[in-house]
Design a protein around this ligand. Structure first.
Ligand code: FAD
Length: 282
């Protein structure tokens, strides 16, 4: 069995982060009419919209804004958006999304997942409660190749006309200025915070309480069947554990709340959970 390990700290949100972004609107009346000027490096230094973060939320926002004729700049601290992987990689199919969110219009336009970013289609979700007796229900899911998925969303946004500035970390947003770690500043009429759980604008302007749930996961090779599994109870106190089968292998992970973990480490919980599958994986 070969494994790759990824560990991150995730905040549990009240809102579905995948679709969510916060934004700070800068009054157009306070900007110069000549807001598209060339900076020293030839890049426009004033934009209609600057989006901090080019993940799914940022790149989707960029696609819509650019396709409506706005001058859009996406700034991302990563050189390669989408890498390294930090995800369980399960999303509902568009048909499932339409059932779950019947009032959301144009789901097919909103979620444009290319076929090559889908590792496996699933139909059954099993919830495994502390009793261990699984509850099965129908769930049309897509287990993604998340890295390919995020790269594809970037390409779609670029095709719509968005510009990307990668490998540049934003350290602050002051009024309509985005301040980069290298000290340079970029000006936009609207600044969108789409930086995920590290988002600069969210931290600065939104003091929402959220749970801190450390998460650890591995991509494991082997045969894991066709059903999605979510486990609750002592395997993942205060959180849950998942096994999402892929075309080859599975994405398996655990998230816990430390206050319920009785001194056992996240690594310990993850190893115990994965061992159940590791022993049966072929
Ligand atoms: C371990 C784990 C497992 C998960 N499993 C699932 C799952 O199975 N299914 C699911 O739907 N969701 C899952 N999620 C949640 C999902 O990954 C997020 O909801 C989703 O990535 C949010 O998308 P986003 O575009 O808002 O932010 P992100 O995907 O986090 O993208 C944010 C981008 O902003 C950039 N950025 C951040 N701060 C700055 C800054 N200061 N300057 C410049 N760039 C910055 C980052 O580099 C990144 O590219 C999981 C999350 C974790 C951590």
């Amino acid at each position: 069995m070969r494994t790759r390990t990824h560990g991150v700290t995730s905040n549990n949100r009240k809102k579905v982060e995948f679709c969510a972004y916060s934004f700070k609107k800068w009054s157009a009346s306070r900007t110069s009419s000549a807001w598209l000027t060339k900076g020293r490096d030839g890049m426009e230094d004033q934009w209609d919209i600057i989006i901090i973060g080019g993940g799914p939320a940022g790149s989707t926002t960029a696609r819509y804004a650019a396709s409506h004729g706005r001058k859009v700049l996406v700034v991302d601290g990563r050189e390669n958006i989408g890498s390294p992987l930090q995800c369980g990689e399960l999303v509902p199919s568009n048909e499932e999304m339409k059932r779950l969110c019947p009032k959301v219009p144009e789901i097919d336009d909103l979620f444009q997942t290319p076929d090559e970013a889908v590792s496996k289609k699933t139909e059954i979700m099993k919830i495994i409660p502390p009793s261990g007796k699984p509850l099965s229900f129908k769930f049309d899911g897509l287990v993604l190749n998340r890295v390919k998925h995020d790269e594809a969303l970037v390409e779609l946004a670029k095709k719509s006309g968005a510009t990307y500035l990668t490998g540049k970390r934003v350290v602050d947003v002051i009024d309509n200025k985005v301040i980069l770690k290298d000290g340079s500043e970029i000006t936009g009429k609207i600044i969108v915070g789409a930086g995920g759980h590290h988002d600069v604008i969210r931290r600065k302007y939104w003091d929402e309480e959220s749970l801190n749930i450390p998460v650890k996961f591995q991509l494991i090779e082997g045969e894991f069947g066709d059903d999605l599994e979510l486990h609750f109870g002592t395997v993942a106190p205060g959180g849950y554990a998942w096994m999402f089968p892929k075309k080859s292998g599975a994405n398996i992970g655990v998230g816990i709340q430390r206050k319920f973990s009785k001194g056992k480490s996240l690594n310990g919980y993850t190893e115990s959970f994965i061992k159940e599958y590791g022993d049966s994986a072929t």
